[in-house]
Design a binder for this molecule. Structure first.
Ligand SMILES: *Cc1c(COP(=O)(O)O)cnc(C)c1O
Length: 362
């Protein structure tokens, strides 16, 4: 019998979330962002649910090949473009569109031998200062690309640094408008946060939602998943494999960081940082036992955590423990709540689910 831990990917919820993103951008086509193995959900698991998208956006050519292997003939976009010249051959062969964010990528294209001109998305650095041409260099990059026989249609894109926060997108969006003014081609600006929060300002040919598709709020804790009508894309669940009755003064786990004030019963659940559960989830991180909300106590170990059974007296060996997502009784625990207690964000928890955790779909 394998350890009882299990991740379940909820296809109906993924479909719902994709529709939710679409409702915020009715005039746009939607890239389903499936980088990082579909934010930890598994590309093969999410594919059927996201078939209704207009394209798949990702980072790795390996992931692009997997999407083609699943039978997808529509657009695929490499969000960081190519990493070496050889990548361009696969782009030609598999008809993969790619971002162009720097001169080195234009040099590679100029030297590339292909019969079929590539569709590229030229990237503007609108203030994030990671990838992209600065506003003053954008037009020169476009002119150079436009002169290459290896390049067909050129689209325009940027990525916001502050779509989820108080700074907003106005300044970055104005830079984008100015840099791309009068240039032909489609446009793409919005990630999840911009799609939900700045739909009017960032309206364009394409939107690029990622995190919302998986049911996490892009601007938590200002808004939660319920506020945005998102449903959990994944449940991470396990079972109790032990219980302990503590007396006042007894401690729990490595470093004895939790000390019982009085008599209490705890459960030991089969999940730990070796499964991707965050080690920084301190005493008090929310967890569901038999669908009842309670808290963790003590440090997270590699393979186990301890949970307070005070609110759920009639449980024991084999009882259901939900780390995030949906319990059997329908109770929900938001991945964002768990992430917050661990000092991180839902994105990181999803991506960190470990290979040893078996994944199923429902
Ligand atoms: C990851 C990514 C997205 C999606 O971001 P979310 O915040 O998950 O919606 C969109 N565009 C680019 C360029 C990205 O790298």
């Amino acid at each position: 019998m394998p350890r009882p831990i299990q991740a379940t990917v909820h296809l109906a919820n993924l479909r719902h979330n994709l529709e939710r993103a679409r409702r915020s951008a009715l005039e746009s086509r939607v890239w389903a962002v499936v980088k990082a193995n579909a934010y930890g959900h598994g590309i093969e698991n999410v594919f059927e649910a996201f078939r209704a998208a207009d394209g798949f956006a990702l980072l790795d050519l390996d992931e692009a090949q997997r999407v083609r292997a699943l039978g997808w003939r529509g657009p695929i976009l490499l969000l960081e473009g190519v990493f070496e010249s050889r990548d361009l051959e696969l782009c030609s062969r598999l008809d993969i569109w790619h971002v162009v964010h720097c001169d080195a990528q234009i040099d590679m294209l100029a030297a590339h031998k292909t019969q079929t001109p590539h569709r590229v998305f030229l990237k503007l650095n609108s203030g994030m200062n990671r990838l992209g041409f600065s506003p003053v260099r954008y037009r020169a990059a476009w002119t150079r690309l436009n002169a290459l026989p290896q390049v067909g249609e050129i689209s325009h894109m940027t990525h916001f640094s502050d779509a989820d926060g108080p700074r907003g997108v106005a300044q970055a969006q104005a830079l984008f408008e100015r840099a791309t003014q009068d240039l032909p081609g489609e446009r793409s600006l919005a990630n999840s946060a911009a799609t939900l929060r700045h739909a009017q300002a960032t309206r364009a040919d394409w939107v690029r939602p990622g995190i919302v598709l998986y049911g996490s709020a892009p601007d938590f804790p200002e808004h939660d998943a319920q506020h945005w009508q998102l449903q959990p894309g994944m449940t991470l669940a396990t079972r109790l494999i032990g219980t302990q009755d503590l007396a006042a003064g007894d401690t729990v786990g490595y470093g004895s960081s939790f000390k019982a004030d009085g008599p209490m019963r705890i459960g030991i659940a089969a999940v730990g940082y070796g499964d991707g559960y965050p080690r920084h989830a301190d005493t008090g991180t929310p967890v569901l036992v038999n669908g009842v909300r309670t808290r963790t106590v003590g440090r997270v170990s590699m393979d186990m955590i301890a949970v307070d059974l005070g609110p759920v007296p009639n449980v024991g060996f084999g009882s259901e423990v939900t780390l995030w997502g949906r319990a059997a009784n329908g109770a929900l625990l938001g991945i964002d709540d768990v992430a917050q207690a661990a000092g991180t964000i839902g994105y990181e928890l999803m991506c960190a689910v470990a290979r040893r955790v078996p994944t199923a779909t429902d």
